[in-house]
Design a protein around this ligand. Structure first.
Ligand SMILES: Cc1cc2nc3c(=O)[nH]c(=O)nc-3n(C[C@H](O)[C@H](O)[C@H](O)COP(=O)(O)OP(=O)(O)OC[C@H]3O[C@@H](n4cnc5c(N)ncnc54)[C@H](O)[C@@H]3O)c2cc1C
Length: 292
């Protein structure tokens, strides 16, 4: 196995173009597990850790540009203030050691349906930036996940960044697992209210072959939510929102949980997230989230 260590993005893109079967490695918290268990033996590893711009983040007109190589620890400490649900998800990942090494780009690269970044990125309307020697293109997160661990990224492309619009309302992430730390989600749910556009975003994890949105639930809540006052939604609205969120799932039974439990869990998380978000909306400012 060859080990390539490009020191610039240009070199890395050239390496990926010449060796499309080469596997990029950033934090290595997924790649090294696969190698250690002999699940894969790629012809080359392309180490991205020397590429400074992948570890940078910036604000562009209030929107967050998060380099693919920004670790969870750094998301929590810095840019997370501009992406509240992603910050909550980052806090829930693994242990401090894994959060120090694991990256948002690596989560996107692996595209596990259980990856914790995906629900908040979907709910927030994030866009994934992909680059190759052919150029740069931007793919909305909602079009990025194509199948189990399969994404819109072409073999010669690298993920360079993820772009998140300025949050214009409350955002929440919740995750159910068998314990509080070091756990892969049995089910996860993210909600984002956009007070300016009066739209609702959702993201569901671990409950379908890919991370998914609950589009019917989004449309229903956007029509029913009292955007002027943020008054607590009536009980039938809360219940229906939970039902529609649960109906967007296509879960399986596995050792972590049954399909029935996962579907139920999404309904419960959706109802709770709505209650938290509505309260925060009424409060105006809270948890680093800006409301209109
Ligand atoms: C003990 C343990 C606990 C964990 N707990 C959680 C958890 O709670 N929640 C969770 O979501 N995940 C968890 N993970 C999985 C892992 O930590 C995350 O998926 C993490 O985000 C991977 O990031 P990384 O930088 O380490 O990726 P890497 O291992 O370096 O790469 C992961 C994948 O992405 C690809 N890749 C990396 N960077 C790029 C790039 N720039 N462009 C294109 N492809 C790229 C790689 O080729 C590979 O396929 C855990 C892992 C371990 C070992």
């Amino acid at each position: 196995m060859d080990f390539l260590r490009p020191s610039t993005l240009e070199e890395a893109l050239a390496a990926k173009s010449e060796r499309p079967a080469g596997v990029p490695i950033m934090g290595g918290t997924d790649v090294m597990v696969d190698l250690n268990f002999d699940r894969s033996r790629p012809p080359a590893l392309i180490d991205l850790t020397r590429i400074a711009e992948l570890r940078e983040w910036s604000l562009e007109g209030g929107a967050l540009r998060l380099g693919a190589g920004v670790s969870y620890t750094r998301v929590i400490d810095g840019p997370g203030a501009h992406a509240p649900a992603l910050a909550q998800a980052s806090r829930s990942v693994a242990s401090p050691q894994i959060r120090n090494r694991g990256t948002v780009g690596g989560n996107l690269g692996g595209a596990s349906p259980a990856g914790d970044c995906h629900p908040p990125l979907l709910a927030a309307g994030a866009v994934v930036e992909l680059a190759s020697v052919r150029g740069v293109r931007r793919v909305p997160a909602r079009d990025f996940y194509l199948g189990p661990r399969r994404t819109a990224r072409q073999d010669d492309e690298l993920i360079t960044a993820v772009l998140l619009p300025r949050p214009a309302g409350p955002q929440h992430f919740s995750k159910i697992g068998t314990r509080n730390a070091m756990v892969i989600a049995v089910a996860a749910f993210a909600l984002a209210l956009d007070a300016e556009k009066r739209t609702v975003g959702t993201g569901l994890g671990s409950v379908a072959p890919t991370p998914v949105r609950a589009e019917e639930a989004e449309e229903f809540l956007a029509a029913e939510f009292d955007w002027d006052t943020g008054a607590p939604p009536a009980e039938p609205v809360v219940r229906r929102f939970g039902e529609l969120a649960a109906s967007a799932t296509r879960p399986i039974d596995d050792q972590r949980g049954s399909a029935e439990y996962r579907r139920h869990a999404v309904g419960v998380m959706a109802r709770r997230a709505l209650a938290w978000a509505a309260a925060e909306y009424r409060g105006g400012l809270g948890g680093g989230t800006r409301c209109a």
